[in-house]
Design a protein around this ligand. Structure first.
Ligand code: AHM
Ligand code: MG
Length: 354
């Protein structure tokens, strides 16, 4: 239809955020400046992921490296010219982290950064400080890089409310205190999904424009889904309620059809599908990892924030995920998230267990 074929009114992510901001006259544009720096990081990582060269397994390093020089000079998939001495090699996740940290610090709008890649929180030097704290996983799902499966960046934003000097407690806040959260998925297209606390919107990078354009306005997760998503290889170590729930997905007792299983092993991609198609994504606790695998601050919280904003739910096995109060920046938590009705079911199983 004409409107789609000749789209002339381009709602870029910058325009969208400025529109939102105009509803808050007290805001001085700080948030859009911060976001444009996050967007820059996402564009960089997207471009790096697309330019990446696969080193043949066992021959060099079985990981992707981003090598601007080599890419510009050579398309040699054997990687021989990539080994010249003196060439700088960086793993893509390390490089992505550096890009995000530098972009966020230079925005002049942040005070504390927590990244999956850095053991300690980064306190921005005083002259460059601003009122926001950003928690992020610059390149999640890195075990999938070698084979070109979708990976992503996840971020959450807190605000220092009363202007006090930034301290670690500013990021050890429950997820419900986040001001905004989002992720960028580097997949068949590059999609950025964002919530500033009033719904969820998705933007797709138009590479020819270099702009994220609003393509998925007001995302709502179906109330009930037909898909479950979990690493079933861990089943022998699951607790009772998780095992029972997954059994019910396959052998429903209420006459409903069995659910389909989809599991990519990249949280951004698995959650993106769950957000759009509905269903449930779970990374439960098990006997070997009593806190599950996923990290509270930059994986569980941002994704739970988005899921709730899209009408779904997120549960830790004990409580609403966004109510959890983290004690350490790299803390982990089990997570069950997705369509409202599907999460209700797992909540009931945990409640029955007491
Ligand atoms: P990573 O931070 O080492 O990349 O691990 C996080 C990833 C998530 O993207 C994904 O949901 C999960 O690990 C998959 O774990 P598993 O391989 O145990 O199923
Ligand atoms: Mg991760």
């Amino acid at each position: 239809h004409e409107a789609d074929a000749f789209r002339t009114d381009l709602m870029t992510i910058t325009r969208f955020v400025l529109n939102e901001q105009s509803k808050h006259p007290e805001s001085r544009g700080d948030f859009s400046i911060l976001l444009s720096n996050i967007v820059l990081g996402c564009k960089f990582v997207c471009s790096a992921v697309n330019k990446v060269i696969l080193f043949p397994p066992n021959q060099l390093h079985s990981v992707f490296f981003y090598k601007r020089q080599v890419w510009q000079n050579s398309l040699d998939l054997q990687g021989r010219r990539m080994c010249r001495q003196g060439e700088e090699q960086k793993k893509l996740d390390v490089l992505s982290n550096e890009v995000f940290v530098k972009a966020l610090v230079s925005s002049g709008r942040t005070s504390i950064l927590v990244s999956e890649e850095d053991e300690e929180a980064i306190f921005v030097e005083k002259s460059k400080r601003g009122k926001y704290c950003v928690v992020f996983d610059p390149l999640d799902g890195s075990s999938n890089i070698d084979c070109g499966v979708s990976i992503g960046t996840i971020f959450g934003i807190y605000m220092i409310k009363d202007g006090h000097d930034a301290c670690i407690e500013d990021v050890l806040q429950p997820g419900k205190e986040m001001l905004a959260a989002g992720y960028c998925m580097y997949g068949s297209s590059c999609t950025l999904v964002l919530s500033t606390g009033s719904g969820v919107n998705g933007f797709t990078l138009d590479p020819s424009l270099g702009e994220f354009i609003l393509t998925h306005p007001d995302i709502k997760t179906p109330k009930k889904g037909k898909i479950y998503s979990v690493n079933e290889g861990n089943a022998k170590n699951w607790d009772g309620p998780t095992a029972k729930y997954v059994e019910r997905c396959k052998y429903p007792t209420d006459g409903s059809p069995a659910k389909s299983l989809r599991y990519i092993g990249s949280m951004v991609a698995d959650v993106h599908r769950t957000l759009l198609y509905g269903g449930i994504f779970l990374y439960p606790a098990d006997k070997k990892s009593p806190d599950g695998k996923l990290r509270v601050l930059y994986e569980v919280f941002p994704m739970s924030f988005l899921m709730e904003q899209a009408g779904g739910q997120s549960f830790t096995g004990k409580e609403r995920s966004l109510d959890l109060v983290p004690k350490k920046i790299h803390e982990r938590s089990p997570i069950f998230m997705g369509s409202y009705d599907d999460v209700e079911e797992i909540k009931a199983l945990y409640a029955a267990e007491g």
